[in-house]
Design a binder for this molecule. Structure first.
Ligand code: GLP
Length: 236
């Protein structure tokens, strides 16, 4: 594991965007695993900047997102589909039909999960997976549990996650209590993983995840078993 500490969020965003840009330049038809949350916003801004400068071409890139809230469709301004369109897809030349986010509105989220895993396999797996980390150690929406779940699957959100994500909604009561998330199989099979976190509040969970025991009680700790993980932490 390569653990990089930088001072500012700006540096974190630039480093991360450069890794993603290098991935796309080296393999223009890359499959990117993408993440939401506040951490990657600066990275998506940088990628947009590189695109606007003519340095980066997304026309043959495919993306698969990690997760989605149950019950929110893409027109809801807190859905992850909406987030991705706004922060990246609508700003660069990626083909919309090559961007995938699991549907939180499917009638059967278990079936949706199976179809999503089949899709990822059909695409040849993920070349580079970008991850954030929740304060409870979740990646995607894989919450602390007694076991790791391999497949894309529906989950009940941890009360601490609902609380943490309430900042994006009008009130805590508006935060969906369920979601669908990629499981550990697709994440761990990604050829390269970049996990980003900023601010002192994330320091303790990063230490637990990357220097503590590997346990489903700290879901991100499974990443210690992956051969190509870069963690970028910014102190501010
Ligand atoms: C959400 C997402 C995660 C993300 C996490 C951390 O719960 N499902 O994928 O990593 O939030 O978010 P933030 O980057 O805002 O701290």
């Amino acid at each position: 594991m390569n653990f990089i500490t930088v001072k500012t969020y700006e540096e974190l965003s630039e480093k991360t965007a450069k890794l993603i840009a290098a991935q796309i330049t080296g393999k223009p038809d890359s499959v990117l695993g993408l993440a939401t949350g506040s951490s990657p916003v600066g990275t998506y801004d940088k990628l947009t900047e590189y695109f606007n400068n003519g340095e980066l071409d997304f026309s043959t890139v495919t993306s698969v997102n990690l997760d989605e809230y149950a019950g929110l469709d893409g027109s809801h301004n807190q859905s992850y589909r909406y987030f991705m369109n706004k922060n990246l897809f609508d700003r660069v030349n990626i083909k919309k039909e090559n961007t995938y986010v699991p549907s939180g509105c499917a009638d059967d989220l278990v079936e949706e999960g199976k179809a999503y895993d089949t899709l990822i396999k059909k695409l040849g797996g993920i070349d580079l997976q970008l991850l954030g980390i929740g304060l409870d150690g979740h990646i995607g929406f894989n919450e602390p549990d007694e076991f790791f779940t391999a497949e894309t699957h529906p989950v009940s959100l941890d009360p601490s996650t609902i609380k943490a994500n309430a900042r994006f909604f009008e009130s805590e009561a508006d935060v969906p209590t369920k979601a669908i998330t990629m499981g550990m199989m697709s994440i761990m099979q990604a050829r390269k993983i970049v996990l980003i976190a900023n601010g002192q509040a994330k320091k303790e969970i990063l230490e637990k995840a990357f220097y503590g025991p590997i346990t489903p009680l700290v879901p991100a700790s499974i990443l210690q078993l992956h051969a190509d993980v870069t963690v970028i932490f910014s102190e501010n």
